[in-house]
Design a binder for this molecule. Structure first.
Ligand code: CP
Ligand code: NVA
Length: 317
């Protein structure tokens, strides 16, 4: 399997900044191969003897289960590190925890609030660290989204994607992922909820190499015009619950993906959502449960891209 020999320059994947365009395409290729094998009832034990540690500061359904299931399918083992059972909860530093875990494990996936926590973990661990979502980035989600778009549209380069809603962690990495794979992306976010300026700048730089156009607007109608794909996320990310009125006052209903908005996209446009979704808020049931929706496909692809990523990071030959 040629793609297994792919070499990553960085041992840690904290955002899609850590992957080049060709590395992203190699991961998607390997993910497709592993997916095909699994559908055919095969699962090579490529990670036999390897152990993945999972640290979650925030709740998760898809990320935790797809990492654990993927590791089992590849013959490896997982250890779920319950935060309240760890010395971290009594003040042991992230630095010392990282050094210690590197003595026993082959890879760590961590979901954190503050992105600097996963950066610190990666800096002091001698084994690969994967960001399973931080307040700033969600790289694994975007790898799954790119695979889903590729499978549904048969290409990536030259497509148009509209992001409508909060310019959050998912949006930041989506900007990078689109720019690196040649997808034109327009984000439509309310004032004060735009994606990070630094990421928009980086995405524009990347876009110069792949001919991807990166546009930031506040107007969902502008963003969705002629889009091949429309994506959104919850209006209230984990940890943002204090802004009780953000849904009602800032986002709803202008930034809701509904049938009217979808009608402005291309006829065969697909709808993406990383899940969990709040039906009736950022998306209507009609859209998320309708024909354009590829959200289950997207959730399934988390498994396949993460298996590919783990094989490459753990340098399976
Ligand atoms: N999309 C996603 O990361 O889902 P979970 O929060 O359930 O892991
Ligand atoms: N933006 C959301 C994504 C959940 C997968 C959050 O951070 O809660």
């Amino acid at each position: 399997m040629k793609t297994l020999r792919t070499y990553l320059n960085n041992k840690d994947i904290l955002s899609l900044q850590d992957l080049s365009s060709s590395e992203i395409l190699s991961i998607l290729k390997l993910a497709s191969e592993l997916k095909k094998e699994l559908k055919g009832g095969k699962s090579r034990q490529l990670l036999k003897g390897k152990i993945l540690g999972l640290i979650f500061q925030k709740p998760s359904t898809r990320t935790r289960v797809s990492f654990e299931a993927g590791m089992f399918q590849l013959g490896g083992n997982t250890i779920y590190l319950n935060l309240s059972d760890m010395q971290l909860s009594r003040g042991e530093s992230i630095e010392d925890t990282a050094r210690t875990l590197s003595l026993y494990l082959n890879c760590i996936i961590a979901r954190v609030y503050d992105h600097t926590d996963v950066q610190k973990l990666a800096r002091f661990a001698s084994i690969p660290v994967i960001n399973g979502l931080s307040d700033t980035f969600h790289p694994c989600q975007i790898l799954a989204d790119l695979l889903t778009i590729q499978e549904n549209k048969r290409k990536l380069k030259g497509l148009r994607l509209a992001w409508i809603g909060d310019g959050d962690n998912v949006c930041n990495d989506l900007l990078l992922g689109c720019a690196k794979t040649g997808i034109n992306i327009t984000t439509a976010c309310p004032k004060g909820y735009e994606p990070m300026q630094e990421i928009v700048r980086l995405a524009k730089e990347e876009g110069e190499n792949t001919e991807a156009e990166i546009i930031v607007t506040e107007d969902p109608v502008v963003a969705v015009k002629d889009a091949d794909a429309v994506a959104t996320d919850t209006f209230v990310s984990i940890g943002k619950d204090e802004e009780k009125n953000r849904r009602q006052l800032v986002f709803f209903p202008k930034y809701q993906v509904n049938s009217e908005i979808m009608k402005l996209a291309k006829k065969d446009a697909i709808f993406l959502h990383c899940l969990p979704a709040k039906r009736g808020w950022e998306v209507t049931s009609e859209v998320i449960d309708g024909n354009a929706s590829v959200v289950w496909h997207e959730a399934e692809n988390r498994l396949h891209v993460q298996k590919a990523l783990m094989c490459i990071l753990m340098k399976v030959k």
